[in-house]
Design a binder for this molecule. Structure first.
Ligand code: ADP
Ligand code: MG
Length: 399
C-alpha cells in the first residue's frame, strides 16, 4: 500500500462542498458525552476546511445502531459540543442522506458546517452499499477521510463514497499513516514490537507479518499462554486458543529461521480466579511459566519478565506496542503494563502505541506525553501493522 496520500492541503476546497468522515464515536452516559477527546482531535481538519471557505458536511457513526434509527445514538450531542469548540453553529441534519440532509447541504454557505445523522442508522453503511455511497457523494464535491479508527472497514462513508468523489485525507489520518507507515516501511533499527492483550486469536495473526519486519518480538498479556502451551507446559486456567497451538509452533520456528529474537514471559503472576469486579483485591503469587498450577490463571507478567522486556526495549530505535501485559485495570495486576510503558517512556526510540486498551493504559498510568504516537485506531492500527491494506486509506488519492 502507498502511504503517501493527498491531504486537504493538496486539493482546492474553497467554495466546495466537502464531505468529511470523522470519528465522533464518543462515549456517552445518560445522554451526555463523557469524553470529547475524539471531537477535539477532529478540530484541526475541520478548522482548516472552514478557514479555506469549504462548505463542510461532517459525518460519523456512533455506537452500533445496526441500520436502525436509535434516538439515543443521535449525533446531536456531538453537534452541540462541536459547535462550542468551533465557536460557530453546527447545523444538525435529521437524517443521513434524506431530505433534511440534502436540503441542509444544498443551503450551506462557504465556511459553514453541518453534521449528518449517525451513518449506521442506514442499513447500507456497514454493507458498503453503492446506493448509499452514491447518495452521500451526491451531496458533496470532495471526500475527506479523517477517521482512522474505522479505516480498516470498507463501509459506505469510510471507503465506498470515494468511488464517486475525489478523495483525500485529513490531518488525523495523515499523521497516523505517515508515522506508522514509516515505522513499517523503513524502520530505524533495532525495531522491537510488543504484543499483549486479550484478543488472542485476532492478534496471533499479526505475528506472522511482524516477524518479517522486526528484530525483536515480545509477547506478553493473555496471548502469551498459547505459546507457553505450544512449548508443552501447563497453563492452568489462563487464556488459551487451542486452534492456534500449531500456529504458535510455526511462529517460534519462523522466528528462529529469520534470526528474530522472540521473547516470551519467563515468569507470571497467577491468581485462583479472575478478579470480579475487575479492580477487586486479588491474592496473587509469582511462578515460573514452566510451573503454572492447574487451578490458577496467569494474569500478569512476573518480575523477571518485566526486567527482560524492559531490557529488550532499551537499545531499540523503533518500538511498536499493542496490548497490555496483564489485567492492568487491577492495581495488583498492572505492574507488567507499567513496566513496559515505563520502558517506552524512558527510551529515545520512536514509540508507537496502538489498541484502545493499551492507549488507555498509557493515559491512566501517566505515560501518554512520553510516547511518540498513540494511535486513535485499535483494530485499524493492528491491521496496519499486519501489513493489510486499509480500505479507508487505499481509496484515497496518491500524492
Ligand atoms: P487493546 O485494546 O490494547 O488492543 P485488547 O483489547 O486485546 O487490547 O486487550 C486488553 C485487555 O486484555 C485488558 O482489558 C486486560 O485486562 C486484558 N488482559 C491482559 N492480559 C491478560 C491476561 N493475562 N489474562 C486475561 N486478560 C488479560
Ligand atoms: Mg481492547
Amino acid at each position: 500500500m502507498n502511504y503517501n496520500k493527498k491531504s486537504v492541503e493538496d486539493i482546492d476546497v474553497a467554495g466546495k462542498r466537502v464531505l468529511c468522515r470523522c470519528d465522533f464515536n464518543v462515549p456517552t452516559k445518560d445522554g451526555k458525552i463523557t469524553s470529547d477527546k475524539r471531537i477535539v482531535a477532529a478540530l484541526p481538519t475541520i478548522q482548516y476546511l472552514v478557514k479555506h471557505g469549504a462548505r463542510v458536511i461532517l459525518c460519523s457513526h456512533m455506537g452500533k445502531p445496526k441500520g436502525e434509527v436509535k434516538p439515543e445514538l443521535s449525533l446531536q450531542v456531538v453537534a452541540d459540543r462541536l459547535s462550542e469548540l468551533l465557536g460557530q453553529p453546527v447545523k444538525m441534519a435529521k437524517d443521513v442522506v434524506g431530505e433534511s440532509a440534502q436540503a441542509l447541504a444544498a443551503s450551506l454557505k462557504d465556511g459553514e458546517v453541518m453534521l449528518l445523522e449517525n451513518t449506521r442508522f442506514e442499513k447500507g453503511e456497514t454493507k458498503n452499499d453503492p446506493e448509499l455511497s452514491k447518495k452521500l457523494a451526491s451531496m458533496a464535491d470532495i471526500f475527506v477521510n479523517d477517521a482512522f479508527g474505522t479505516a480498516h472497514r470498507a463501509h459506505a462513508s469510510t471507503a465506498g463514497v470515494a468511488d464517486y468523489l475525489p478523495a483525500v485525507c485529513g490531518y488525523l489520518v495523515q499523521k497516523e499513516v505517515s508515522i506508522m507507515g514509516k515505522a513499517l516501511a523503513d524502520p530505524e533499527r533495532p525495531f522491537v514490537a510488543i504484543l499483549g492483550g486479550a484478543k488472542v486469536s485476532d492478534k496471533l495473526n499479526v505475528i506472522n507479518n511482524l516477524l518479517e519486519k522486526v528484530d525483536t518480538l515480545i509477547i506478553g498479556g493473555g496471548m502469551a499462554y498459547t505459546f507457553v502451551a505450544a512449548k508443552g507446559y501447563g497453563i492452568g486456567k489462563s487464556l488459551f486458543d487451542a486452534e492456534k497451538v500449531d500456529y504458535c509452533k510455526d511462529m517460534m520456528k519462523k522466528a528462529e529461521e529469520k534470526g528474530v529474537k522472540l521473547l516470551l514471559p519467563i515468569d507470571t503472576v497467577v491468581a485462583s480466579d479472575f478478579p470480579n469486579p475487575i479492580d477487586a483485591p486479588v491474592e496473587v503469587e509469582t511462578v515460573d511459566v514452566t510451573a503454572i498450577p492447574a487451578d490458577k490463571e496467569g494474569l500478569d507478567i512476573g518480575e523477571k519478565t518485566r526486567a527482560l522486556f524492559a531490557d529488550a526495549v532499551k537499545n531499540a530505535k523503533t518500538v511498536v506496542w499493542n496490548g497490555p501485559m496483564g489485567v492492568f485495570e487491577n492495581p495488583t495486576l498492572a505492574k507488567g503494563t507499567i513496566a513496559v510503558a515505563q520502558a517506552l517512556a524512558d527510551s529515545d526510540a520512536v514509540t508507537i502505541v496502538g489498541g484502545g486498551d493499551s492507549a488507555a493504559a498509557c493515559e491512566q498510568l501517566g505515560f501518554a506525553d512520553k510516547i511518540t504516537h498513540i494511535s486513535t485506531g485499535g483494530g485499524a492500527s493492528l491491521e496496519f501493522l499486519e501489513g493489510l491494506e486499509l480500505p479507508g486509506i487505499a481509496c484515497l488519492q496518491d500524492k
